[in-house]
Design a binder for this molecule. Structure first.
Ligand code: SF4
Length: 380
């Protein structure tokens, strides 16, 4: 089992958080505002933060840049160009840098895609979520199923972007067949990468309130598991590599950016609410647009920081690694007798494969990856 070639101590990543959305999706707990009148001001602040932090990774080469949010596709060509020019003038950027841009179908058009291509974006992550209109309405998405189909048609016929098609499964009231229909629709396209996220109920969201009040009844764990297994069987039968719990890729089409995160790449997160990691500490920007703007207007970085203890780092490596097809290197673990027995039991019950000193969860094991990881954690 070869490890992904996306981690190097000499490389680093940049994440740009664009904190605006056209509508608030009912399930979403990311940081964003639907008030977009001060978008220009925000882009200036992001440019200022990029400039202020230009020396943080000065000995490293930026190999991936990721525009997330929020909704980066609310940006104009000028705004995106300003950010990219700032990066190129203050950071050392690899010639084959992966630049991923999250976009919603209603923002995309032939012209917008041409602009993205022109400025150097080479990978898209498209928030399709579903091809069923009723599910999109239930989620409070800003786009329609027809808009998704239209943009996939344009992408396939006129562009050669790498792209990830992002879907959500586990919508209450939807059947296994509804989900399979979504996969069938997507399979008409070449989609180099597919992310399938299981709907989760996050505190602070409209979905959370509806669940608390009994208006929303989540699917049972058993149905969620069946949906997960169906997805795995369907997409692997189409030759997608199931390389992380929620992620599938055609050969060589892994997300370099996300794979870098999982294997310890250092990264700088720019924008309100963005997180950064430098190998020993994690920091995060204030998740409040007004405070972020004020702070940057005073040339002050609005971030807090925590040093990561050895056990923090060790536990995170287990948790993240076990979600991937590469697993974790057992030689780097410090398992006590009970934990070693537990690992043997995982293998005996087909929840894990022990191969070439790696512990790799099977599909059945991945269904319980959080609880399995917790049993292998190092105590403080
Ligand atoms: S899911 Fe995406 S588009 Fe919807 S509110 Fe969250 S960040 Fe915005």
């Amino acid at each position: 089992m070869h490890l992904p070639p996306y981690y190097s101590p000499d490389s680093a990543s940049l994440y740009l958080h664009i904190p605006f959305c056209r509508k608030a999706c009912h399930y979403c707990n990311f940081h964003f505002s639907t008030q977009t009148s001060y978008q220009d001001e925000m882009i200036q602040a992001i440019v200022a933060e990029l400039t202020l932090r230009k020396d943080e990774m000065k000995n490293k080469c930026i190999t991936t840049i990721y525009f997330g949010g929020g909704t980066p596709s609310v940006m104009t060509s000028n705004q995106l160009t300003q950010i990219l020019e700032t990066i190129n003038s203050h950071y050392s950027v690899a010639t084959d840098v992966e630049i991923t841009f999250e976009a919603n179908p209603d923002d995309l058009s032939h012209d917008y895609l041409s602009m993205l291509h022109r400025v150097g974006v080479n990978r898209l992550s498209i928030g399709l979520q579903s091809f069923h209109e009723k599910e999109l309405i239930w989620m409070n998405r800003s786009h329609s199923a027809d808009q998704s189909i239209a943009i996939l048609d344009i992408l396939e016929s006129d562009f050669d972007f790498d792209y990830s098609a992002d879907l959500i499964f586990g919508i209450p009231g939807s059947s296994l067949q509804d989900w399979e229909d979504n996969l069938n629709t997507l399979s008409r396209y070449r989609a180099p990468h597919i992310s399938c996220y299981n709907l989760t109920v996050e505190p602070g969201t409209a979905l959370y309130q509806n669940t608390q009040s009994g208006k929303n009844v989540p699917l049972t764990d058993e149905v969620q598991s069946r949906l997960y297994i169906l997805t795995h069987q369907y997409l692997t039968s189409k030759k997608y590599d199931h390389y992380e719990i929620s992620n599938y890729a055609q050969e060589g089409k892994f997300s370099k950016h996300n794979t870098g995160y999982w294997f310890g790449n250092h990264y700088i997160g720019i924008g309100p609410g963005a997180h950064s990691y430098n190998g020993t500490s994690r920091s995060w920007n204030v998740a409040n647009n007004a405070l972020y703007l004020t702070s940057l207007s005073e040339q002050h970085l609005p971030k807090e920081q925590e040093m990561l203890s050895m056990s923090n780092q060790y536990n995170e490596r287990i948790m993240v690694g076990l979600r991937t097809k590469w697993g974790v290197d057992s030689r780097t673990l410090n398992l006590n007798a009970t934990q070693s027995e537990f690992v043997k039991e995982l293998s005996a019950t087909d929840k894990a494969i022990l191969s070439n000193d790696r512990i790799i969860l099977t599909e059945e094991g991945r269904l319980q990856s959080d609880s399995i990881s917790a049993q292998l954690f190092l105590e403080e």
